[in-house]
Design a protein around this ligand. Structure first.
Ligand code: C2G
Length: 128
């Protein structure tokens, strides 16, 4: 069983997120998503439209996702990789290189972002 792990806020779930999750799952058999809590989003300087519970329910409804766990801080990734026996850590390439320290514990894969879509763009286009 090849286990994949990725992190994010996944607010206003959109095609860019789904493309990431689909490609991440295709790298193995079991996809874990560490979802940024509302408190951690504040640390990241993000204010999500949907609460953690709503974002978690949405992700759990995506057929590529097998487990959603909380992301509470920047420091938990090595612990998570070990705890969940992760084989591959995946992030969009806006994070290229930022998590290479995980290479001593698992494979690290950065996937091309989906162009033309983002939570920020959605908010701006809707004029909020
Ligand atoms: N993503 C993508 N294409 C987009 C938008 C997002 O591939 N058009 C990817 C991002 O690269 C990321 C994932 O979707 O891998 C989730 O995006 P965000 O919710 O914006 O994640 P972020 O806030 O960058 O959180 O510890 C890591 C952080 O929690 C990452």
């Amino acid at each position: 069983m090849k286990r994949i792990l990725t992190y994010g806020t996944f607010d206003l779930l959109h095609i860019g997120h789904i493309n990431l999750l689909k490609r991440a799952k295709a790298l193995g058999d079991y996809l874990i998503v560490a979802l940024s809590t509302d408190d951690f989003n504040a640390i990241k300087g993000k204010k999500a439209y949907h609460s953690y519970e709503e974002r978690k329910t949405l992700l759990e409804s995506v057929r590529f996702v097998d487990l959603v766990i909380p992301e509470n801080n920047w420091e938990q990734k090595v612990t998570d990789v070990k705890k969940y026996e992760v084989d591959v850590f995946v992030m969009g390439d806006d994070w290229l290189g930022k998590f290479d320290f995980l290479k001593e514990h698992c494979e690290v894969v950065y996937l091309p972002r989906t162009e033309g879509i983002s939570t920020t763009k959605i908010k701006n286009d809707l004029g909020s």
